[in-house]
Design a protein around this ligand. Structure first.
Ligand code: MEV
Length: 311
């Protein structure tokens, strides 16, 4: 993003994300719809004799064998950068399904490219972010990193990558945290094991989710918010059938819907973490109802526009 030619300090930013529909199915090649949110991560990289990284209060140094330093070394190798001292500040709650890890991967990749004096391209930034994500998530579909990079609303498949998605009416979202964070890697592996035991169940669920996502695209493009909300509710039912929901997630969805949300579902890997609710007009009533039910909640808006993807 920015760099100082003298000190070769690089700055980079990545957004957090919500998956509006299609998580997990996207790992199996189905489409997903995701959007960047304003909370994210900012990284500052300075070339140095040996690599180190600080993320909020966590620190790691070259040779300590931690996942954090391994992830930094993988980005460096991918992008061809030398040793770096990297400082990351994060606004998005980590491990909550809001793409914190991908936001950091994108921010660090951008910062490293800036130290190299290289103009960023989606291919380079996403390759760096993918190298980072693979350390923590095994086999990510790439949807989180694409949304972290793009900022706006995207249509994503593993095969074709991200495409901007036109949003006819702004999407007023309330996001709430419904339980302790879950590991994306473990949740994805859980679905894989379920598929090995019950291929029929997984196959039917994936086909159902694919058709919901395709219809949701039409709703977003046409500004049909109540249709979109209903599709989100159906997506939640199918995710629940794959054992990805929890009593807290179900309770948060029920509170949001009772307070007037058009739809509500888990977002990200499930098993805890975040719920996203689509609101009709002002999100305040839904946000207040969730807070009154002891959930941490905040609102964010996906602007009406051609979805993000900077060159
Ligand atoms: C996590 O935000 C989305 C998942 O589909 C995993 C992935 O796509 O890599 C659960």
């Amino acid at each position: 993003m920015t760099s100082s030619a003298d000190a070769r300090i690089g700055l980079g930013r990545g957004n957090g994300k919500v998956v509006l529909l299609g998580e997990h199915a996207v790992v199996y090649g189905m489409p997903a719809i995701a959007a960047g949110i304003s909370l994210g991560a900012t990284a500052r990289a300075t070339p140095s004799a040996s690599s180190s990284i600080r993320i909020a209060e966590r620190r790691a140094h070259a040779g300590d064998g931690s996942e954090l330093i391994t992830a930094l070394e993988r980005i460096r190798q991918e992008l061809g950068a030398g040793p770096q001292q990297v400082e990351v500040d994060v606004e998005v709650p980590l491990g909550s399904g809001l793409g914190g890890s991908a936001a950091i991967g994108v921010a660090v990749s951008r910062a490293l490219l800036a130290t190299l004096g290289e103009a960023e391209t989606p291919r380079r930034v996403l390759a760096g972010a993918d190298a980072w994500e693979r350390v923590f998530h095994g086999n990510p579909s790439g949807v989180d990193a694409a949304a972290a990079y793009a900022g706006g609303c995207i249509w994503f498949t593993k095969e074709a990558g991200p495409e901007p998605l036109f949003v006819d009416l702004p999407l007023q979202l309330v996001i709430c945290l419904a339980g302790p964070p879950a590991s994306t890697k473990q949740m994805v592996e859980g679905v894989q094991r379920l598929g090995e035991r019950r291929p029929d169940l997984l196959g039917k669920s994936l086909a159902g989710i694919e058709s919901l996502v395709k219809n949701a695209k039409l709703c977003i493009q046409a500004g049909d918010l109540s249709g979109l909300g209903q599709l989100m509710n159906y997506n939640q039912m199918l995710l629940s059938g794959l054992f990805l929901s929890t009593p807290e997630i179900e309770r948060a969805c029920a509170v949001a819907r009772a307070a007037g949300a058009l739809g509500a579902k888990l977002t990200g890997a499930g098993g805890g973490g975040a719920v996203v609710a689509l609101c009709d007009g002002s999100p305040q009533t839904v946000e207040e109802a969730l807070r009154a039910a002891d959930f941490a909640a905040f609102s964010t808006v996906v602007q009406a526009s051609v979805g993000g993807l900077r060159p």
